[in-house]
Design a protein around this ligand. Structure first.
Ligand SMILES: Cc1cc2nc3c(=O)[nH]c(=O)nc-3n(C[C@H](O)[C@H](O)[C@H](O)COP(=O)(O)OP(=O)(O)OC[C@H]3O[C@@H](n4cnc5c(N)ncnc54)[C@H](O)[C@@H]3O)c2cc1C
Length: 445
């Protein structure tokens, strides 16, 4: 599997991975195909995931700038077509309490508003007619140990008091009786507004809207070389050269090594893994009391997440291998399956039908950054830390404003660059160390 810390690029015109989404979503909509002739453009966007598509759509609709998007493989071939489809008012890994103590309470309030706007924009775009199998509202955060319930309650109280955010506190029994009998859940909190959907269909819907607004999307067109000449960005692809006034980097966890000085060594690509089980029978559903299709995440340092899909399969996810070379090892899927079985012992005989993984982008300060260089010709948004289905749309919208020269909210995520990782070549050693710490913390602390 492509490894962003090892390989020079994610390939060219690769097919979608063998995921549940790729198999169940039907035929991909048409795009503008491989770029075969040289072009001069105002704005070039590299990467056709949610970030790139949102930036392109907002540039076209709100700033009358018709961008060209180039994608190495297929639209949403990266994270955007591989994720779990949780739409949440969140991004990054900092808690609101951490944001307040590090950036102040005004920044915390503004950050909350940004995440709300992200979800509102996604909902508004879906309402334009994107068929993406949206499920019912509700996001459960489950305490994996009794003492983690106190942490969740503190988070819920802060959000209720400071943002007026509706958060319900649930005992273990309430979760078991009203949602599902997860044996690893010791209570939890429930937000009334998260939901699950089909992430690939969502991206295809964005692509359709963007093309209707005048955007050109060239799949099978990897950026292979990039240089700057007289203030112009010169991009080479296999069959064409692009001269661009401005370039937006929207490659997130799939950004190849040595890509651009603005992003090099400023993120850690981390594999997140998903399995999708066989459909549960009526008897299995009853044994687990699996009543809900709300999206679910736990409180572990090394988090697990799951949801019941249409058709009663369970999507279950968590961390994957450390390297691209290890990504296809069935060990990681089997591990997810065995954790699923500890939550639901009645599913001892269940197998998984689909398994795949994708690269999320982790930043040093646990938050995404949306930034541009001093010359204001190169822009990027990356580092969602595995929480970007809705926020990448907000990031794309803010990127579009930056490209158009407009002012965006005064928040560190919009004004500061991603920090460089110290000892960048050792990032994977640090990741391995964090995984060891997480295992100890989740089990014993
Ligand atoms: C398994 C998994 C589960 C997840 N679940 C959730 C979830 O439930 N909720 C949530 O909020 N977030 C989730 N995420 C994270 C979320 O999917 C991402 O934050 C989001 O999709 C990022 O979108 P993006 O457009 O920035 O990047 P991507 O979708 O990764 O797009 C980047 C694109 O850039 C292209 N590219 C790279 N290099 C080049 C090049 N040289 N030339 C041209 N193109 C190039 C790639 O091919 C890729 O298609 C999950 C991620 C994974 C992997």
């Amino acid at each position: 599997m492509y490894d962003p810390l090892v390989d020079d690029g994610p390939g060219c015109n690769e097919n979608y991975p063998d995921s549940y989404w790729a198999e169940k979503s039907g035929t991909a909509p048409v795009d503008d195909g491989v770029l075969t002739a040289d072009i001069d453009v105002d704005v070039l966007i590299v990467g056709a995931g949610y970030t790139g598509l949102s930036c392109a759509l907002h540039l076209a609709r709100e700033h009358n700038i018709k961008a060209h998007v180039i994608e190495a493989n297929q639209t949403a071939w990266g994270c955007s077509g591989r994720n779990a489809g949780f739409i949440l008012k969140s991004t990054g890994r900092k808690t609101y309490a951490q944001i307040e103590s590090q950036w102040g309470s005004e920044a915390m309030q503004q950050m909350y508003r940004e995440t709300c706007e992200g979800v509102e924009t996604v909902e508004a775009l879906i309402a334009e007619g994107i068929d993406c199998d949206r499920q019912s509202n509700g996001y459960l955060k489950l305490a994996h140990k009794p003492k983690m319930l106190d942490t969740l309650i503190a988070q819920a109280k802060l959000q209720q008091q400071r943002f007026g955010y509706q958060v319900e506190i649930l005992s273990k029994d309430e979760i078991h009786q009203q949602y599902m009998e997860d044996q690893n859940a010791y209570g939890g909190i429930r937000y009334h507004d998260g939901f699950g959907l089909n992430p690939l269909k969502l991206a295809w819907g964005y692509q359709k809207l963007a093309r209707e607004a005048g955007v050109k999307i060239h799949s099978g067109t990897p950026l292979q070389n990039w240089r700057e000449e007289n203030g112009l960005q010169i991009i080479t692809t296999p069959q064409a050269t692009i001269k661009a006034q401005k370039v937006v980097i929207a490659t997130n966890g799939y950004t190849p090594r040595s890509f651009h000085h603005l992003t090099d060594a400023r993120a850690l690509p981390v594999l997140s893994q998903i399995i999708v089980t066989q459909p549960l029978s009526e008897q299995q559903l009853a044994q687990c009391n699996f009543l809900t299709d709300n999206v679910v995440m736990d409180t572990r340092a090394l988090k697990y997440f799951y949801r019941k899909l249409p058709g009663n399969r369970i999507l279950f996810g968590g961390r994957g291998a450390i390297t691209g070379k290890g990504a296809e090892d069935p060990y990681y899927s089997q591990r997810l399956l065995s954790v699923l079985k500890t939550s639901f012992p009645a599913l001892q005989d269940i197998q998984y039908d689909y398994a795949w993984s994708g690269w999320i982008s982790v930043s040093l300060n646990d938050m995404p950054h949306i930034y541009q260089d001093d010359g204001r010709n190169v822009f990027y948004a990356m580092g969602y830390c595995g929480s970007g289905v809705s926020f990448s749309v907000q990031a794309g919208k803010r990127l579009a404003q930056k490209v158009a020269g407009q002012v965006v909210p005064d928040l560190p995520i919009y004004t500061q660059p991603l920090q460089k990782f110290p000892l960048a070549p050792m990032r994977r050693v640090g990741q391995w160390g964090y995984f060891q710490y997480g295992k100890v913390k989740d089990r014993w602390l």
